[in-house]
Write a protein that binds this ligand. Structure first.
Ligand SMILES: [Zn+2]
Ligand SMILES: [Zn+2]
Length: 87
């Protein structure tokens, strides 16, 4: 929901790097660049960091095997973190 954000600049929000849940901070998945963080092994999450409740911070859709790269959690896109005011 964005109706309350009208006129507010992004600089008012504090973001800090949190460990990417999809690659677990490695930056690589199955020998390739992590599609969630694009390599650095971390993602920017609004602070205070809020773990994704849909996947319990794992970044994976419930029941999905680790190697199934397309089964990223839809709520956090695999990062394991939610932006503030989401959910
Ligand atoms: Zn990653
Ligand atoms: Zn999630």
């Amino acid at each position: 929901m964005y109706q309350a954000f009208r006129g507010i600049t992004p600089s008012l929000f504090h973001y800090a790097p949190e460990t990417c849940a999809w690659c677990r901070g490695l930056g690589l998945v199955d020998g390739g660049c992590c599609p969630t963080c694009s390599g650095p092994g971390h993602v920017l999450a609004s602070q205070p960091g809020l773990q994704c409740s849909a996947c319990n911070g794992t970044g994976r859709a419930p029941g999905a095997p680790y190697s199934m790269i397309t089964a990223r959690c839809v709520a956090c896109a695999g990062s394991g973190w939610l932006a503030r005011n989401q959910g």
